[in-house]
Design a protein around this ligand. Structure first.
Ligand SMILES: NC(=O)c1ccc[n+]([C@@H]2O[C@H](COP(=O)([O-])OP(=O)(O)OC[C@H]3O[C@@H](n4cnc5c(N)ncnc54)[C@H](OP(=O)(O)O)[C@@H]3O)[C@@H](O)[C@H]2O)c1
Length: 281
């Protein structure tokens, strides 16, 4: 039986590192031919490609600085010239630079926004004609912090992922019906190296499913959006063990005076409810 992505061409930015490599393995195992990019970690990228090829997957490696003006269209031109077509674009490359408020300079801001948001936008624009011809699909790798910009030492990163979410929705509309555009928003996947066991433990308490995610969880979600969701576009799929839901959890904040602990809280009605609403509005 032919594989689901047989003969399809998938371009994955940052496709030789961690989550990107896992997506590459997943799509490659489904039959896709891969164009994988890295920026500067050449040795690591070459080793990753060897590992991917040893699983019988065909992959070509490209080195581009996607934060640089003009690089997105050059990359797309090169991939289409060498493969002849493009079916899938995964915008995964990103920087996660620590930027404490007070010390952020404009160079850091530009590097983060250009890599994580401007690059993906111009890659999509440059790829859109080719993707229209193949009825292609795009998945942007965002972050749960794109929706909740609450990393105090990485605000430009949160802004870049919020922009990527906006790009996902705006371009899903602009490129329909020929091209679907979705995003996956990972939660805690790999802990930063400087995280202490205490900090990791605290974070785990915020995850209803009780474990950090892994790169395979993200690759599975990407594969779902590409292969099993033909009627889904403009969506940002949180793959975070329920963590974004947990942030919205609220304690019950009233107890009726006549209640005993065995009774469940009752909704206020009538004049009590009106008084309550007035107090809270
Ligand atoms: N890891 C997590 O826990 C987590 C959580 C939430 C969201 N995410 C998102 O998931 C995606 C993958 O994360 P990851 O942790 O697997 O990433 P990663 O290991 O840090 O890899 C990032 C990739 O992006 C490339 N890159 C960086 N700057 C670039 C530039 N200017 N031009 C071109 N390529 C560039 C890197 O290339 P070089 O190595 O050659 O520089 C590398 O291949 C990212 O979009 C990230 O925001 C990750």
């Amino acid at each position: 039986m032919p594989k689901q992505l047989q003969k399809k061409v998938a371009l994955i930015t940052g496709g030789t590192s961690r989550i990107g490599q896992s997506i590459a393995m997943k799509l490659g195992s489904a039959g896709a031919r891969l164009a994988l990019t890295y920026h500067s970690s050449r040795q690591h990228a070459e080793e990753a490609v060897k590992e991917i090829e040893s699983a019988g997957i065909s992959a070509k490696l490209y080195s581009y600085d996607l934060a640089k003006p003009g690089s997105a269209s050059k990359l797309i031109e090169q991939v289409i010239r060498e493969f002849g077509l493009l079916d899938i674009l995964i915008n995964n490359a990103s920087v996660f630079t620590e930027t404490p408020l007070g010390n952020i300079n404009e160079t850091d801001w530009d590097q983060i926004l250009n890599t994580n948001a401007r690059g993906p936008f111009f890659l999509i624009q440059a790829a859109s004609e080719a993707l229209k011809k193949t009825g292609g699909a795009i998945v942007n790798i965002s972050d749960l912090y794109g929706n909740q910009p609450l990393l105090r030492d990485r605000i430009p990163y949160c802004v870049s992922k919020a922009a990527l979410n906006a790009i996902t929705k705006g371009l899903a509309l602009a490129l329909a019906p020929q091209i679907r555009v979705n995003a996956v928003a990972p939660g805690a996947i790999t802990f930063p190296e400087n995280y202490t066991d205490d900090k990791k433990g605290g974070l785990l308490k915020e995850i209803p499913l009780g474990r950090p995610g892994n790169a395979t969880d993200i690759a599975e979600a990407v594969a779902f959006l590409l292969m099993d969701a033909p009627y889904v576009t403009g969506q940002i799929l949180a793959v975070d063990g329920g963590r974004s839901m947990k942030n919205q959890e609220r304690e019950t904040f009233w107890t009726a005076p006549e209640q005993t602990s065995a009774q469940s809280p009752k909704r206020l009605t009538g004049s009590s409810a009106n008084a309550f609403d007035a107090k809270c509005s």
